[in-house]
Ligand binder design. Structure first.
Ligand SMILES: C[S@@+](CC[C@H](N)C(=O)[O-])C[C@H]1O[C@@H](n2cnc3c(N)ncnc32)[C@H](O)[C@@H]1O
Length: 222
């Protein structure tokens, strides 16, 4: 337990109220990460991406849908600079706190719907997107944004693919997590049509789905 606050009923000692705030942390890859019930808790999909990142020294990196900031912070250990964005403002607060906890300074976090508040070009862009089908008007909490990818489940990833090239350097790399539920082939086809060289660079099978990391690379001529 990291923090505890006690509010005491001053007049009557039998009416004492104790509020205990317990913070939950995850330890991964040398990072200590604070979790929050309204922010996606890193899971198998996160770890598959984390273990297969193509980030290199001197890279500038962009992590879309950063959640706790885990991928951005892992990349920051190698990259020159990392920007992490998320549509969920609580995620951004938690990610900033996680950068502070770990003393990581070459990272910035900002609220943004995909690239809305992003400027410039990056050597690598990562995204572990929401992909379950569902109506965005019926979200019950900010945490649902981590899972619901629109009516077909593909709305968020398709918007991302349409825009991503505008934010990449000429030899830029995109790494996305995809599930067999929402269509690995469709994502690969879309990248190919835009001139990327595409491959599945990691895969893992779970009960009812396969999770993959798709790595799409530009080359100067495309
Ligand atoms: C599956 S979670 C992944 C979180 C983290 N990257 C990880 O791997 O643990 C998807 C994240 O994307 C964010 N997200 C959903 N739609 C978004 C959008 N349109 N723009 C930016 N972030 C979005 C969610 O809030 C959530 O944090």
């Amino acid at each position: 337990m990291e923090d505890a606050a006690t509010l005491s009923g001053r007049s009557d000692p039998f009416l004492q109220i104790s509020i205990v705030v317990e913070m939950v942390f995850l330890y991964y890859g040398g990072l200590k990460l604070r979790l929050h019930p309204q922010v996606y808790e890193p899971a198998e999909d996160t770890f598959l991406l984390a273990e297969n990142l193509k980030v290199k020294e001197r890279f500038t990196a962009l992590d879309i849908g950063t959640g706790t900031g885990i991928i951005a912070l892992l990349m920051a250990k190698r990259a020159k600079f990392v920007l992490g964005v998320d549509i969920n403002p609580i995620a951004i607060e938690i990610a900033r706190e996680n950068a502070r906890i770990n003393g990581i300074k070459n990272v910035e976090f900002r609220v943004s719907d995909l690239f809305e508040n992003v400027k410039g070009r990056f050597d690598i862009i990562t995204f572990n997107p929401p992909y379950l089908p569902g109506k965005t008007e019926e979200l019950e909490g900010l945490i649902d944004l981590a899972l619901i990818g629109g009516k077909s489940g593909r709305e968020v990833i398709d918007r991302f693919i349409e825009q991503v090239k505008n934010y990449l350097t000429p030899k830029g790399i995109v790494q996305v997590v995809q599930s067999s539920i929402t269509g690995i082939e469709r994502t690969m086809e879309k990248f190919t049509k835009l001139g990327f060289k595409v491959e599945v660079t990691a895969r893992e099978r779970y009960f009812f789905e396969e999770i993959v990391v798709i790595t799409a690379m530009l080359n100067e001529s495309s």
